[in-house]
Write a protein that binds this ligand. Structure first.
Ligand code: PLP
Length: 399
């Protein structure tokens, strides 16, 4: 049976890391995979995480199975992060949260839930979007459609085109929105634009699915939830897929959450029962460790304060590199975009859509050992004070 199975193509982004590792050039730079790196290029374990792990090792008394949707303590902590400490959605018991293996696990469970319970619903993705969205939701059996998002000429949001397309989405379809730090563009709607989108989706009876993988990487935990909260204020039903890979640096522990919001507590309970059926048939119940780390941190005010400081330091480093990257080109009168370089510091989060073409990206890899994904998306967290000059000189040489 196996002899005739063809090789699958390598994952575009993880394949880039393989090529980077094999490159002997000591000046090589990897700006592909979306992982935070400190000034020395390391992806450290946060001190707040280390402390939570010490406590867990000490206190853990069983390795028995978790409930299908994870621990209530974790669910409560996730909901406070999403909706704030005194949210009506939580008080009215209209939210139910499942602990999932990473944000990807949350997306897949959401996809399986939608396919099983809302068979006619198509899913609308922004163009462009995180490369894995299409794969995950196609594997779940959903019909995928797209709405315009980026004005590639300006490296900015094409809000008019986005809104015009969303006006045509039929009731009962699902629209995926990036909670903040849009991947791959770094281009986010303003709070006013979020409110317009939310009102439109509510009016049309379209279900929002908010993919929230970078809460805290733009401005702060509360500020970055403004878009989600604008949606929750007017849309009676929504789905939220959280990832704690980036903001807790827990990538390999696979910590995420799917939160369902229904119009009543009873409706939410019914949807949650269906979500649990999906999980039971998929991976049965979640891994415990990463979610326990998150809950331990968020339930202890001192540890929470430490984590928030560490998160702020990651955010500040990325934003500092954005400013330095832009400054390098501004100082030399080099424009990455005909309209100027302000887009670099306007964009949010880990990524910037640089405007570099496929040819530029190929030359940077072949001549300078600089690895960037084909779309021109740069992981700003891969830039360090040590590689900034070499990177910018190389880019200036190819454009
Ligand atoms: C937009 C978006 N959604 C979801 C994920 C998945 O996160 P996780 O690694 O927790 O599965 C990512 C990770 O890069 C992402 O960028």
């Amino acid at each position: 049976m196996f002899d005739s199975v063809p090789m699958a193509p390598p994952d575009a982004i993880l394949g880039l890391t393989e090529a980077y590792k094999a490159d002997p050039n000591p000046k090589k730079i990897n700006l592909g995979v979306g992982v935070f790196q400190d000034e020395s290029g390391r992806t450290p374990v946060l001190q707040s995480v280390k402390e939570a792990e010490r406590r867990l090792i000490e206190e853990e008394s069983s390795k028995s199975y978790m409930p299908i949707d994870g621990s209530p303590a974790y669910a409560g902590a996730v909901q406070r992060m999403l909706f704030g400490v005194d949210s009506a959605v939580v008080a009215e018991r209209r939210a139910a949260t499942s602990d999932t293996p990473g944000g990807t696990g949350a997306l897949r469970v959401a996809g399986d839930y939608l396919h099983a319970n809302h068979p006619g619903a198509a899913l609308w993705l922004s163009d462009p979007t995180w490369a894995n969205h299409r794969g995950v939701f196609t594997a779940a059996g959903l019909t995928i459609k797209t709405y315009p998002y980026l004005d590639a000429g300006a490296n900015a949001l094409n809000f008019d085109a986005m809104l015009a397309a969303l006006r045509e989405v039929p009731a009962g379809d699902v629209v995926l929105l990036h909670g903040c730090c849009h991947n791959p563009t770094g281009v986010d709607p303003s709070t006013g634009q979020w409110e317009q989108v939310a009102a439109l989706l509510a009016r049309r009876g379209v279900l929002p699915l908010v993919d929230f993988a970078y809460q805290g990487f733009s401005v702060g935990i509360e500020e970055d939830a403004a878009g989600l909260r604008a949606v929750a204020a007017v849309c009676p039903e929504l789905l939220i897929c959280s990832s704690f890979s980036k903001n807790f640096g827990l990538y390999r522990e696979r910590v995420g959450a799917l939160t369902v919001v229904g119009s009543t507590a009873d409706a939410t309970a019914a949807v949650q029962s269906q979500v649990k059926t999906v999980i039971r048939r998929n991976y049965s119940n979640p891994p415990a460790h990463g979610a326990a780390v998150v809950a331990t941190i968020l339930e202890d005010p001192a540890l929470t304060a430490r984590w928030r400081d560490e998160l702020a330091a990651m955010r500040d480093r990325i934003n500092g590199m954005r400013r330095a990257f832009r400054q390098w080109f501004d100082d030399r009168g080099v424009r990455l975009n005909p309209r100027g370089n302000a887009f670099i510091t306007d964009q949010k989060g880990m990524f910037t859509m640089s405007g570099l073409t496929k040819d530029h990206v190929a030359r940077l890899r072949d001549e300078f050992s600089i690895y960037i994904v084909g779309s021109g998306r740069i992981n700003v967290a891969g830039i360090t004070p040590g590689n900034l000059d070499y990177l910018c000189e190389s880019i200036a040489a190819v454009i």
